[in-house]
Design a protein around this ligand. Structure first.
Ligand code: BES
Ligand code: MN
Ligand code: ZN
Length: 460
């Protein structure tokens, strides 16, 4: 059970009543006279996100009213109750009536009590929740733990989260669930045929590596997760301007989220043979950095011309996807913070996903909606594939023109996947630019919950 949850509180939990502007007058009329007068004097109207704390006659906190959008409102934020931990005084609470979705409200409450406390002692709210009876608190705990892992990994600045530290975090997770852990480091990469991972990572004094975790019964269907682990993205010799570089500690958000997903899969003991591959590198600037128009032969054998050293994520994923593909997995998933274009198209909260498996696409879209882990399908548009052509190599990593940047990145990756039965690629942002209920500013868990639910349905 996550520490925000309390199943057997010492004293009775304080009830939180959810109200809308419409339901509020009747709720108010049902209150004892002093509380009703207090509510009227406060001019509380149960507007969405507003909170009223009602005292008892002896001055204790008797109950809380929290405003939600109307039942039929066009957009209801099912994570709205995630604002509560920031609004409530210390104590143990319970839901007195059902919000629109008690399961997501419970999850939101837990996600909203997250603090990144590594560098300054936690100002974490001392607020606990008795989970509603009809909610699977174990599953919510698992999803919360996963989100905390992803957020902590992303929020940790690059000086403390280089390729080695990322590998250590992966190893801690592997050890906890009895999974195997392997890592190919530095000059071992070209020797073992991972030329692109090496090319991107070699300019950093912090050696690049390929993390490889294995878990579960080998006779179960094989599911392989690949995460972009660029621990800092300067852009390389095609250096980013300072505004573009500022939050590039988050460029290992794909890795953080595949680890979060792996945590949920292993904790729920899904019937899969899981493999997690993370190319962990730093895209740095130095005399030995890879250069524009360099050409490398990738693991798969395709020659890749470097159109832009800042399109490094697809390079490291290409070698990792090629390795994953060699085993013909049942399902191959990759997550990465790959393009600014994805954010231009859909904004930070709605990552695009790509697959040519129509059934998988429908399931992922449905579960993204169900779990409030938004994802939106974009096409692997075949006509744009020619934009990846190079005049001198098999493929270029950064088409000139810059149109449809997230799509052309997906098409690039597709060239390295052939044998997997289905492939899902998600171009995540991994970051909440300004705080929203249940989503504090900073690193964010994206796509992992929707995919976890998909895997639970298919392999649970
Ligand atoms: N890590 C970035 C993508 C990114 C940038 C994500 C900003 C979120 C916010 C990636 O490595 C990158 O730099 N992509 C380039 C690709 C381009 C050079 C083809 C981009 O999107 O500009
Ligand atoms: Mn880049
Ligand atoms: Zn990057």
């Amino acid at each position: 059970m996550h520490s925000v949850f309390e199943t057997a509180p010492a004293s009775p939990a304080i009830p939180i009543t959810f109200a809308t502007t419409t339901t509020w007058p009747a709720i108010r009329d049902g209150l004892a006279a002093p509380a009703r007068r207090f509510a009227l004097a406060s001019e509380f109207a149960a507007k969405p996100g507003k909170c009223l704390i009602l005292p008892s006659a002896d001055g204790q906190i008797a109950q809380v009213i929290f405003g939600l959008e109307e039942e039929d409102a066009k957009s209801r934020d099912r994570f709205r109750p995630g604002a509560l931990p920031d609004l409530l005084p210390p104590g143990t609470y319970r839901f007195a009536n059902a919000p629109y979705d008690s399961r997501l409200a419970t999850l939101a409450f837990a996600l909203g009590s997250y603090r990144f406390s590594r560098y300054r002692k936690a100002e974490a709210p001392d607020v606990k929740l008795v989970p509603p009876d009809d909610v699977d608190a174990g599953d919510i705990t698992r999803m919360t733990e996963a989100a905390v892992l992803a957020r902590d990994l992303i929020n940790t600045p690059s000086n403390d989260m280089g390729p080695e530290e990322l590998a250590q975090a992966a190893q801690v997770l592997a050890t906890r669930f009895g999974a195997s852990f392997n890592c190919i480091v530095g000059d071992e990469l070209p020797r073992r045929n991972f030329p692109l991972i090496h090319a991107v990572g070699m300019a950093s004094p912090r050696a690049p590596r390929l993390i490889d975790i294995g878990w579960g019964d080998p006779s179960h269907p094989k599911v392989t997760l690949v995460g972009k682990g660029v621990c800092f993205d300067t852009g390389g010799l095609d250096l980013k301007p300072s505004s573009g570089m500022l939050i590039m500690k988050k460029d290992m958000g794909g890795a953080a989220n595949v680890l979060a997903l792996a945590l949920m899969v292993m904790d729920a003991k899904l019937k899969v043979r899981l493999r997690v591959l993370i190319p962990a590198v730093e895209n740095a600037v130095a005399g030995n950095a890879f250069r524009p128009l360099d050409i490398f032969t990738s693991r798969k054998g395709l020659t890749v011309e470097i159109g832009n050293t800042d399109a490094e994520g697809r390079l490291v994923l290409a070698d990792a996807l090629a390795l994953a593909d060699e085993e013909r997995p049942d399902l191959l998933v990759d997550l990465g913070t790959l393009t600014g274009a994805a954010r231009v198209a859909l904004g930070p909260d709605l990552p695009p996903f790509y697959t040519s498996d129509e059934t998988l696409a429908l399931d992922i879209a449905r579960l993204a909606q169900q779990e409030n882990d938004p994802l939106w399908r974009l096409p692997l548009w075949p006509a744009y594939d020619a934009w990846l052509d190079s005049k001198v190599a098999d493929i270029n990593n950064a088409p000139s023109g810059g149109f449809a940047g997230s799509i052309t990145c997906a098409l690039f990756l597709q060239r390295f996947v052939e044998a997997a039965k289905s492939w899902l690629h998600v171009d995540i942002y991994g970051w909440t630019p300004s705080a929203k209920p249940a989503r504090p500013e900073g690193g964010e868990c994206q796509a992992a919950r929707a995919i976890y639910k998909y895997l639970s349905e298919r392999y649970g």
